[in-house]
Design a protein around this ligand. Sequence first.
Ligand code: BYC
Length: 328
Amino acid sequence: MYGNAFISPEEAKRMNEQVEDADKLAAFEDRITRGEKIEPGDWMPAEYRKQLIRMIEQHAHSEIVGALPEGTWITRAPNFRRKLALIAKVQDEIGHGQLLYSAAETLGKTREQMLNDLINGKSKYSNIFNYPAKTWADIAVIGFLVDGAAIVNQVINSKGSYGPYCRALERICYEESFHLKQGHDNVVYLATGTPHQRAMLQDALNRWYRPLLHFFGPSDKTSVHSEKLMKWKVKLASNDDMRNQFLDQYVPKILELGLTFPDPNLHKNDDGVWEFSDPNWDEFYEVIKGNGPCNAERIAVRKYAEEAGRWVRQALLNPSDKYVTPLA
Ligand code: BYC
């Protein structure tokens, strides 16, 4: 836990109620301009705290929900080596959630509140984990392209202004780069395999293409929070810039394997910017509102995990209490 200082919800509330005088705000913004890291006990505008909690919490939820589609394939991995790698990856993703919940807790929201908000639908998590992993090729595409997309976003944001979030992201990126290698190996194996394996991979690519474009958030014209987050260096690149970097890095790698994307308009223009067909933003908004193909299933699993694990948390917090195990 890197020795982050935690702020209690009461302390955060008290800090938020302090008058935000212009001198304090100017000193805070100067620190950000100089590239200093803001730490938990430092003065920060209430809006900076609120935005960070929102974004880090959503990121933490995305990690633990993101482990679910891949988790369903652990028992069906095609061989022992692939199974070992997948178990390790899924375990890493849950660990990333732990790191990120710890980083968000430093701002004054407890882990319990965050997990309750996930289960009751108040908090969002990444759109992309609300789609099913139908075949083993989906696991290859998630490992290569979803992790690839996450790395683009996380490497950029690890240079941001809030110390605990940046330190968590740095560590996460080390682990994600191994995930990427296993995803790439898996993609290449299927792409160079039998016609059936290639077809399965192409089908998975076709299904993940649009959710991958959505992953970086709405276009800069419609993004709600980008301006503020970029001013305070929480986000170091806009949604469109990150999406463009991702396409720049990964489209050629897919095309060189003889695979395609299901979009005849996908191309890089003369200014070096990727253009693509409208990826159906209505679908994106429906998914993040909770109406995607797997939202209900994902939340039901998290709810079950919270309920089934309650006795463990109680036993750890109050070892002398009597507690009831689900098996009693
Ligand atoms: N999904 O103003 P905007 C992983 C929401 S896990 C859902 O542009 P912002 C992995 C947004 O919250 C890593 N919602 O927002 C794990 C806002 O709604 P609210 C996942 C989205 O914050 C396991 C509204 O749309 N990565 O890799 O400036 C296995 C307007 O958006 C999404 C992260 O979590 C979305 N994709 O920018 C394998 C990255 N996009 O809150 C892999 C951390 C937007 O006002 N997050 N919304 O109700 C970020 O970098 C930024 O929050 C975003 C959005 C770029 C995603």
